[in-house]
Design a protein around this ligand. Structure first.
Ligand code: GLU
Ligand code: ZN
Length: 311
């Protein structure tokens, strides 16, 4: 199956730059995701490109009712205007299923009912590498099971990240045969994101560093589905001054819809694009216009994390 870019939704040509912000509606927008939204917005708008919003709401367990609307209202209050209609992944199950079938037709998919604890290894952090137990089973499981991608024939991928330089990963070694369709009946993030980035004609993925190590999996799926590969730029993560991850503290703090000017000025400072003093309290739209005109990815080259200053 060819899931090559389809631009009929917006009627534009494939040469236009198109970025996206793809939040999971697991709660209110927080500083880390606002930073990703602003970075991808500036990157697209500076090139005169389009910027779209996609709500990644396929993870039923993590989706919080009302969170998607709250995120959209927050983006609006920050002057982050998107193009076209918001795409909700929960409406796209047929497309993900078609992609799964296309991979199955290539003999690359197999059923797996292993419990996660059965293969959690002593490896350091991140995901456990799945060792491929179920690859050769002759009878498919009769109980709930996941579908995995056979990665044995995958080449190592080197991502030429626009900010972080080259990042190389051998998917088979690093993560093994990863899940395409989950045991609970829902498509996995890796599959859905690849299908939708292609469907929406995304030319530039700009998102947080926490997703850099997911990118080779996505490049592999793009190749297997004959989808074009977007360019990638991974933005630095916010860290506490003591160097700890902000996931449970500042980065995770919900951002207010009021005080948008002050918060946006702070986000732009974190992105190494400080505003001139006279714009510190200007309307978010004005602040963004300045930042769009001055956006320069070189300022973030090789920056993997940013320590959040006191106050
Ligand atoms: N939905 C993912 C998240 O919120 C982001 C996906 C992406 O940008 O590729 O972490
Ligand atoms: Zn298995």
């Amino acid at each position: 199956m060819n899931v090559a870019r389809n631009n009929t939704a917006t009627g534009t040509t494939a040469t236009v730059k198109r970025g996206r912000f793809a939040p999971s509606p697991t709660g209110r927008l927080h500083a880390g995701s606002l930073l990703a939204a602003v970075g991808s917005y500036l990157d697209a708008r500076q090139a005169g490109g389009e910027w779209i919003v996609r709500i990644e709401d396929i993870d039923r367990d993590r989706t919080v009712p009302g969170a998607a609307d709250d995120i959209l209202r927050t983006l609006e209050s920050y002057g982050l205007e998107w193009d076209g209609a918001v795409l909700y992944q929960h409406t796209r199950t047929d497309a993900y299923r078609a992609a799964l079938e296309a991979l199955r037709a290539q003999g690359l998919v197999y059923a797996c009912d292993c419990a996660r604890r059965a293969y959690r290894s002593a490896g350091q952090g991140g995901e456990a590498r799945y060792p491929g137990h179920c690859r050769h089973r002759t009878h498919p499981p009769t109980t709930a099971h996941a579908w995995r991608l056979d990665t044995r024939t995958a080449p190592p991928y080197t991502i030429a990240d626009r900010l972080q330089g080259n990042y190389t990963q051998d998917v088979a070694q690093a993560v093994g045969d990863f899940v395409l369709w989950r045991k609970d009946g829902w498509p996995a993030y890796q599959l859905a994101v690849v299908v939708d980035d292609a469907h929406q004609g995304i030319s530039d993925v700009v998102r947080g560093m926490d997703l850099l190590d997911n990118t080779p999996r996505q490049r592999l799926l793009q190749d297997r589905l004959q989808a074009p590969a977007p360019r990638y730029a991974h933005l630095p993560l916010l860290r506490d001054r003591d160097g700890s991850k902000l996931s449970k503290s500042t980065q995770a703090l919900p951002v207010a819809k009021h005080a948008a000017s002050a918060t946006l000025a702070w986000i732009l400072r974190m992105l190494q694009h400080p505003l001139p003093d006279d714009l510190g309290a200007a309307a978010p739209r004005e602040q963004l216009a300045y930042a769009v005109a001055h956006w320069d990815t070189h300022r973030l080259a090789g920056v993997r994390e940013i320590s959040v200053p006191a106050g």
